[in-house]
Design a protein around this ligand. Sequence first.
Ligand SMILES: *[C@@H]1O[C@H](CO)[C@@H](O)[C@H](O)[C@H]1NC(C)=O
Length: 867
Amino acid sequence: MLVFLLHFSSTMQLKWQTVFFCLCFYGMDVVFCQARYSIPEEMPEGSFVGNIAKDLGIEISRLISGKARVVTKGGRQYVELSRDKGALVVKERIDREELCKQTTPCSFSFDLIIENPIQLHRITVEVQDINDNSPKFPKSKIDLTISENTASGTRFPLDSAVDLDVGINGIQNYALMPTDNFKLDVNNRADGKKYVEMVLQRELDREERNELKLVLTAYDGGSPKKSSTAQIHISVLDVNDNTPACKQALYKAEVKENSPIGSVLTTVSAADADEGVNGEVSYSFAQASEDARHVFDINSETGQITLLNRLDYETEKSYQLDIKAMDKGTLADTCKVIIDVVDVNDNPPTIQLMSFSNTIAENSPVGTTVAVINVEDADSGQNGVVQCKINEHIPFKIESSLTDYYALVTDEILDRENIAEYNITILVSDQGSPALHSNKTLTVKISDVNDNAPVFGSDQFRTFITENNSPGVAVLTVKAGDADWGPNARLSYFLEDSDVTGNPVSSLVSINSDSGVIHAVRSFDYEQMKSLTFNVTARDGGSPPLSSEVMVTLIVQDQNDNAPQVLYPVQTGGSVVAEIVPRSADVGYLVTKVVAVDVDSGQNAWLSYKLQKATDRALFEVGPQNGEIRTVRQVTDKDAVKQKLTVVVEDNGQPSRSAVVNINVAVADSFPEVVSEFSDFTLSKEYNDNLTFYLVLALAAVSFLFITTVVVIISVKIYRWRQSRIFYQSSLPVIPYYPPGYADTGVTGTLPHMYNYDVCMKTNSRKSDCKYSTLGGQSVLVVDQSFSETLQRAMKEKEFLENAESPEMVGPFFYILSFCGGVEWYILYVALKKGRKKGRKKGRKKERKKERKKERKKERKKERKKL
Ligand SMILES: *[C@@H]1O[C@H](CO)[C@@H](O)[C@H](O)[C@H]1NC(C)=O
């Protein structure tokens, strides 16, 4: 018998449905039933699986009595029987994945054996899957290395994840994050499993991202879903796909020209985005900047540019370098480096003389150029700005004419006599910091111009000279100075032409033109000239010369060289002058007065009178001061008529000079008495002889004078007449003659008679005092005529010569001359007649000779013609 028993039960308390399926066989003695249950996996222990007693229709008592038990063949016993309840419960946790792996459906079977009678029941339990496993990647981290130049579309297979669950609880899906470069491609394999690939969508750039991190997620289909992730780490491999690039296209550096060798100027740097060797950049000078190699050095690794040589701003102000930055491949970039050389004030300014006159005339106008200077500084900017100065307190200034050119000009009128030489220091300095200087000293000499007249040491000179000096004696030295120089200061001395008492000054004194020593030309006579004033000129040798004058006064000092001269009573050898004293004369009667003069002056002219001899000393006395002779006592009859006195006149000079005068005094009451008494006083023969001699001499002299005058006049006449009539020759001798007065004056400037005349003037007496003496109302008998005559003649001559217009002065002298002239005229006439006769004879002879010559010539011509 076959019983189908189908029983479905459900327990509300359980989640899981226990599905029961029962099939029983009855045969022989063995009852064989099959029951089937379905439970989810992972039920806790004791969990109810199925009410087997009920399902199989077995009494619980039977179970107990039959010692019902579960028999598992091999393997683990997951389910046990609870006999009391007649139920099957979970004995051990059931893990489907452990039990069946991926096999589905999954079940296990066991037998339930009941004894007495034996009954065997096969029970099968199906285990249902629950989503208790997450997907799992074999490796949680996936490392990939991909070259950056990998082409897009390239596929990269990834390890698939595994999920122990089956069915829907197995892996259902994958996801990749982020998806910038890659996308995920999920495919189903033939066995139904999925596999995943990454596909490169966008090319990688190591320089942009050298590694990528992606997350791959696998999802199952359970509820709730479970997932798992795997990290994908992609390293991007470098390719030399980047050119080095200079960080700056242009580098600028400044360097002072005096920077030491090795100074770091700048560092160029180029970046290469590539990595490693591909990114290693080396630096070098590009072809264009080969020259720079001598000056600069570049470190090929660091790009540091250093100074290799000295710089000079004045030679090169700026350098431009091209630097090649190259990586180890062939990719290169070029950077420019501009190095500006900064000027350093390393050049001092220079001074150059373009023109220079080292001598300048002292009268140069203000602004005269002395020198033109060129000032330069090789530096630039402020270092090359030059200032030019000269030392102060000199009459020069510096003027800027053109850029860098200066003119040194005079600023004041110069004066050589003050400062003859200037040292001018030209100082130039630039504006650098520190400033550099240089200087130059010029010596300018001031040349002399004759701008200073000679100057005498004194505004006038005075000196004394004692008369009777020897001619040629040096009297005085006048000296002048001249502030100028050389010929402008070479002085010569001259006498200014002038007249001193009618004589040219040159006849009195001379001056040595070089030394200024004044010499007396001749002996001076104080009595002629008391002083002498003239001007001396000092003249320098300039052109034009300058001169100045000084007044020189020469004072002639008196010497006692003149003896007193007795004017009255007149004394001559044969003179007889008698003073008459009446016998009635009282005591003190003034007999006469001795008048004497001394042409000297001062002490030398102080006269004193002394009675030297007297017939009767007791009768007369002489006033020692005035020379008055007076009676001392009453004249008596006993006194002789003829009295003779000798008076000495003495001057007060050292030594003193004296003169002696004899005075005859007649003591008488009447003139006849005197005459008889003085009969022995009559003119002696000697006197007569003398007088005659003097008269003849005078006559002869006057005649001679007259004749010579006339002869001169005639000679002149004859000379003119001969000039007009050249054929007549006079045999008369021509005698040059000048009146002695004139000649005398010209040579000596002194006439003895003139001198006497002057003396009279000096003594302040009237002219007549000298000529005809009427002294003190006394009657005077003048016996001596020669002296007065000489005196008169001299005066007349002088007056005649000086004042020829006053004919009354000529007087009898002229008559005598006229008389003498008559005789002379006759002689002259005779001489003239003889001369003319001779002249005529000579003229006739000449005419006859000429006539004879003519006749001879005519005759010869005739003869020639005849021939
Ligand atoms: C100028 O300088 C020279 C040389 O140093 C010197 O001999 C002279 O005395 C100076 N002159 C003046 C006026 O200072």
